[in-house]
Write a protein that binds this ligand. Sequence first.
Ligand SMILES: [Zn+2]
Ligand SMILES: [Zn+2]
Length: 277
Amino acid sequence: MTQLTHFICRTCGTQFPASEQPPAHCPICEDERQYVGPNGQQWTTLDALQADHHNLIRTVEPGLTGIGTLPTFAIGQRALLVQTPEGNVLWDCISLIDETTITTLKALGGVQAIAISHPHYYSSMVEWAHAFDAEIYLHAADRDGVMRPEASINFWVGETLPLPGGLTLIRCGGHFPGGTVLHWPAGADGRGALLTGDIINVVADRRYVSFMYSFPNLIPLSPAAVRRVVAAVEPFAYDRIYSAWWERVTPTNGKAAVQRSAERYIAAIEREKAPVA
Ligand SMILES: [Zn+2]
Ligand SMILES: [Zn+2]
């Protein structure tokens, strides 16, 4: 009797279809937006993660709960549970799901829908969908990023998708063709919040954000791609930005931060084009 396992890539956290042996490759990490570490491809399993990791689950503002794994695993992003009167949405996803996490989130109303910014955070999304009987929403432009296909995955097309509770998925592109952010109008005491993954990434100076084709390999986006990201979120009212890590939050004046950051970014790239005096 052979043992089938859903292996998880240690570098990007993506879970794969069941196999006897670990996969030979991780296409997510072999893509130039990620990397294979110096010791080659490494694999783990959900069981192994459950044995030596746990999730920190913390309210970050009323109606918004962060879920992040300790010690840090793979890319290290934290997911966010948005509570709305019409059902809860899990924004982005992480590799580790365990009984404590399921019990804690069920007490907050569970998860009706899972929406993910881009393939780097697809992680163990199918395990989460099964645990909460939730539907997954991914932009169709990033369909190739799904390593473990499943019936609960809905590929949406176009530029926006309304979700329950007044939430909207907004396709920005940029880092990935289907790069998506989530607009939460009730966030920030009703001033609105954007949940952005690293499609719009709050940087160390939280008055600024950045936009990259590859973060680990430091490959920038073109001015046209940055303008497209900014134009996609422009029609939405928001004051606060939550990007993919606990501390990467612009608490207020987020809309101005996006505008000034895009101007600075584009100016820096255009400067390089200027002839040397
Ligand atoms: Zn990987
Ligand atoms: Zn990414």
